[in-house]
Design a protein. Structure first.
Length: 179
């Protein structure tokens, strides 16, 4: 396979077209959509098989991009530690783990919109019968087993994080001729 090496000017031009894909089933994400729209980031609503967010570079014949190029990665978003612990209950744990298995086929990040989330885990400040040690053990085991990172942040930063995660992924791929 021959890889094309873009100039810095071409890379900057291409990155301006980076489009964030938002899963049509994603809800309570107006703060993310507002951020992307304010920054004039192109958005495409589409049902995703895994994750809540992904990205692609649209076809650009002038630069030799003959089809949309989807990035190999996704972001899953949870709105709180309680949402995660709710997914770890007896009747939901296998579904949550299956979601992680599907997502692990590509690099992914799990955003938890709670900047104090890690501290809440350690202090047991969540709705669950899991002890802090058991919850931390499960989550850290999942991270290693399925090759993802969990990031805790204020929900007002999620849109920024999502955009820049994919922006720098695309930039690196373009620099290395991987797209």
């Amino acid at each position: 396979m021959i890889h094309y090496h873009y100039t810095d000017t071409e890379i900057n031009t291409i990155l301006k077209t980076l489009t964030i894909v938002v899963d049509t089933r994603e809800n309570k994400n107006q703060h993310i959509l507002d951020y992307l729209r304010k920054k004039e980031v192109p958005i495409k609503l589409k049902a995703l098989k895994t994750g809540d967010y992904s990205a692609f570079i649209p076809r650009n014949e002038e630069l030799g991009i003959h089809r949309d190029l989807y990035l190999n990665g996704c972001i899953e978003r949870k709105n709180s530690i309680d949402e995660i612990t709710g997914n770890l209950g007896k009747d939901k744990r296998s579904a949550f783990e299956n979601e992680l298995i599907r997502a692990s086929l590509n690099p992914f990040v799990l955003i938890v919109e709670d900047k104090d989330g890690y501290e809440k885990i350690l202090k047991g400040e969540y709705r669950s019968q899991y002890s802090p040690q058991a919850l931390l053990g499960s989550l850290k085991t999942f991270e290693v087993r399925y090759g993802f990172s969990m990031v805790f942040m204020d929900k007002l930063l999620s849109g920024n994080y999502i955009y820049h995660h994919f922006y720098y992924m695309a930039k690196e791929y373009l620099k290395k001729g991987m797209l």
